[in-house]
Design a binder for this molecule. Structure first.
Ligand code: PHE
Ligand code: CO
Length: 273
C-alpha cells in the first residue's frame, strides 16, 4: 500500500487509521511468507510466553491482521490496544502511547525484495514481533512502566541511556529457561537470520542481565548484534526496573560507555551448549 499517511482526525498523537481494506494481495502475500518462515523457526527458539501470546491472539498465516480485532483480544487480556502510526514517531509521543497501554504499530508492509532487511519497522516487525508478548501480564506491565520511565528520562536528559534498555530487552532480549536459552526480543523473532544466530552462533557474547551494565552499552542498528543480555524471568526484569532511575542516571554520568560485544571482568558470560 502507499506509504502516504492517510487522512486522520488531525490528532497530534500520530494515530492514523490502519486502512486494512487498502492492503493489496501482494501485501498479504508478503505477510504470509514472513509468517510461515518465522513460524517454522521459532518453536524451540522463542520463549513459551511469546509462543503462547502468538497462539492466543490467533495471528494467523492468512494475511496482515486487522488491528481492531487483535486489540479486542489484547485488551481483554492485559488492557493494551494497538494503534496504527505511519512509521517511527517522536519519542514523547511513543512513550505517551506506551504509558497509556497503546502500542503504536506501523501500518505499511515491506516489499517482496526486502524480506530479509529493513531499516525501519514495518507491520510485520511491529505486530508479529511485539504484540504477542503484550499478552503476558508481567511483560505488559513492563512496557507501560517503560513508557512512563521514557517520559521521565526525556525530562532528565537521560533518554540515550534508557533507550539501551529497550534495545537490549524489548528488541533483542534473551531469556534463560529450564529448557535452555530462548528468544523474547521482537527484533529477533521477526528476523530470519538473527533468530538462529542469537542462540547458535559462537560469535556474539551472551551476558547475564545487569541493568546499569545495559544502560552503559552502545548498540548497533545496522547488523546482527555482537552481544545479548539474558534475563532469568520477566519477574526479574520487572523487579530490577521498578526503582526510580533518577539516581541511576546520576551514577551513569561517572561510568564509561561500553562498546557492543565487549566483555567486562564483572560480566557473567552465558555459554551455549
Ligand atoms: N523505574 C523506571 C524509572 O524510574 C521506569 C522504568 C520501568 C523504566 C521499566 C524502564 C522499564 O525511570
Ligand atoms: Co521494534
Amino acid at each position: 500500500m502507499s506509504l502516504t499517511p492517510q487522512p486522520d482526525s488531525g490528532a497530534d498523537d500520530y494515530v492514523i487509521v490502519q486502512g486494512w481494506g487498502n492492503y493489496t494481495e501482494q501485501d498479504h502475500a508478503v505477510w504470509r511468507a514472513l509468517f510461515e518462515r518465522q513460524s517454522a523457526l521459532l518453536p524451540g527458539r522463542a520463549c513459551q510466553e511469546y509462543l503462547d501470546g502468538l497462539a492466543g491472539l490467533g495471528v494467523a498465516a492468512d494475511g496482515i491482521p486487522d488491528f481492531e480485532r487483535l486489540s479486542d483480544i489484547l485488551e481483554r487480556t492485559t488492557g493494551w490496544r494497538i494503534v496504527a502510526v505511519p512509521g517511527l514517531v517522536p519519542d514523547d509521543i511513543f512513550f505517551g502511547h506506551l504509558a497509556a497501554r497503546r502500542f503504536p504499530a506501523t501500518n505499511w508492509i515491506r516489499q517482496p525484495a526486502q524480506m530479509d532487511y529493513l531499516q525501519e519497522p514495518d507491520v510485520f516487525h511491529d505486530v508479529f514481533g511485539h504484540v504477542p508478548l503484550l499478552m503476558n501480564p508481567v511483560f505488559a506491565d513492563y512496557m507501560a512502566a517503560y513508557g512512563r520511565g521514557g517520559l521521565k528520562a526525556l525530562r532528565l536528559g537521560a533518554l540515550p541511556k534508557l533507550a539501551r534498555l529497550y534495545w537490549y530487552t524489548v528488541e533483542f532480549g534473551l531469556i534463560r529457561t529450564g529448557a535452555g536459552l530462548r528468544i523474547y526480543g521482537s527484533g529477533i523473532v521477526s528476523s530470519r537470520t538473527e533468530s538462529a544466530y542469537c542462540l547458535e552462533s559462537p560469535k556474539p557474547k551472551r551476558i547475564a542481565f545487569d541493568l546499569l551494565r545495559i544502560m552503559r552499552t552502545e548498540y548497533r542498528i545496522d547488523d546482527l548484534q555482537d552481544g545479548y543480555f539474558v534475563i532469568d524471568s520477566f519477574d526479574q526484569l520487572f523487579a530490577a526496573t521498578g526503582p526510580d532511575f533518577t539516581p541511576y542516571y546520576e551514577t551513569l554520568k561517572g561510568l564509561s560507555d561500553v562498546p557492543p560485544g565487549a566483555v567486562l571482568p564483572e560480566d557473567e558470560l552465558i555459554e551455549i551448549a
